[in-house]
Design a protein around this ligand. Structure first.
Ligand code: NAP
Ligand code: ZN
Ligand code: ZN
Length: 347
């Protein structure tokens, strides 16, 4: 076992604090990654505070990991010491079920091993995430980071990037489509950049009027403040696709009414449940759907797409000692637009 410094939540009520974890010695197919940066996703907060009721403590969050390969197992084919690599939201899966065979490992029928707050394939050993100095991962669950991407700004691509790229692709968003992104946070700001990269006409729907200039600078074509109920009347039937990234409870029915006939509202935010009415769906043959991160193949495709289009996250780099403050600011929508931990602060 390799003793590894980390930050952990001891329970749902405690702030994150220094903690030491054991990383396994690398097996034949494992790579040991020296973590350089880890993004701070809102899911880290939901889980550290047990808001989904599934938390395993102590918990080391973090699934937007960028690092350098430090060591490789004997049978590792794809990676060499010194490679710049990423690890996203899962570190293993059964590899045999239909989802795994389709490259949609996040939907593994036996349950993927998520990067933290989950179990290894033995069903027992807890997984610990990227708020730590190194991680040991099977080589098939590691991503290549294209050379042109700045490493701190690439970290959020591993969750925020793929979570927004995947539904844009899976639901067939095309150049010129009038689409909207709800919530301009970590996911939302990536959705704007990626959808613009695909040529869509992008409107941001935000409850923070002060984000307007940023939204336009990020590439959005239009910005609507959702605090005034009148905007839901004025913009009814306007969008072919809406990506909802909001982390707090809100009224989905209001957003459904902004869709054109046959339009789709895709949820990626995971707030408390909220009631859904039939009429906004029926009246325009509209659809509501969900999406969960993306598989390894699609994540690599997204990273390559970002390199090709010069896309990376807007980040505020922090030492890990400021993680609890970063959680509080994220909860207040006060992040421009992703906190990223510089792991040198823990070494
Ligand atoms: P974030 O950076 O905190 O952004 C969330 C945004 O939601 C905020 O910036 C804010 O945008 C909006 N918002 C927050 N509170 C609101 C409120 N009370 N009313 C209306 N809007 C509000 O979070 P994130 O990291 O992007 O994650 C967003 C959600 O996606 C979280 O629930 C997270 O767990 C989930 N998630 C899902 C997946 C998946 O695979 N499906 C992957 C990653 C994360 P404005 O200020 O512009 O309104
Ligand atoms: Zn995430
Ligand atoms: Zn599987």
């Amino acid at each position: 076992m390799m003793k590894t410094p980390a930050y952990a939540a001891a329970d749902a009520a405690s702030p994150l604090a220094p903690f030491t974890i054991d990383r396994r010695e690398p097996g034949p197919h494992d790579v040991v990654i020296d973590i350089l940066y880890c993004g701070v996703c809102h899911s880290d907060i939901h889980q550290a505070r047990d808001e989904w009721g599934t938390s395993i403590f102590p918990m080391v969050p973090g699934h937007e990991i960028i690092g350098l390969v430090q060591q490789v197992g004997k049978k590792v084919d794809h990676w060499e010491v010194g490679d710049t690599v990423g690890v996203g939201c899962f570190v293993d899966s059964c590899r045999e079920c239909e989802a795994c065979r389709d490259g949609e490992e996040q939907f593994c029928e036996k349950g993927a091993s998520f990067t933290y707050n989950s179990r290894e394939r033995d069903g027992v050993t807890p997984t610990y995430g990227g708020y730590s100095t190194r991680i040991v991962v099977d080589e098939s669950y590691v991503l290549k980071i294209p050379d042109s991407l700045p490493l701190d700004r690439a970290a959020p691509l591993l969750c925020a990037g793929i979570t927004t790229y995947s539904p844009l692709r899976q639901f067939g968003v095309r150049a010129g489509d009038p689409i909207a992104v709800v919530g301009l946070g970590g996911l939302g700001h990536m959705a704007v950049k990626l959808a613009k990269g695909m040529g869509a006409h992008v409107t941001v729907l935000s409850h923070s009027p002060e984000k307007k200039n940023d939204a336009l600078k990020l590439g959005a074509d239009d910005f609507i403040v959702t605090r005034d109920p009148e905007v839901f009347v004025a913009n009814a039937g306007r969008f072919s696709f809406i990506l909802d990234t909001v982390s707090a409870q809100h009224d989905y029915n209001a957003y459904l009414n902004l869709l054109r006939r046959d339009g789709t509202l895709v949820l990626v935010g995971v707030p408390e449940p909220s009631p859904l009415a039939a009429w906004p769906l029926i009246s325009g043959r509209r659809r509501i759907a969900g999406s969960l991160i993306g598989g390894i193949r699609e994540t690599q495709e997204m990273l390559d797409f970002c390199a090709e289009h010069g896309i990376a996250a807007d980040v505020e780099v922090i030492p890990i000692q400021r993680i609890n403050e970063a959680f509080e600011r994220t909860l207040k929508s006060d992040v421009r637009y992703r906190f990223v931990i510089d792991m040198a602060s823990l070494k």
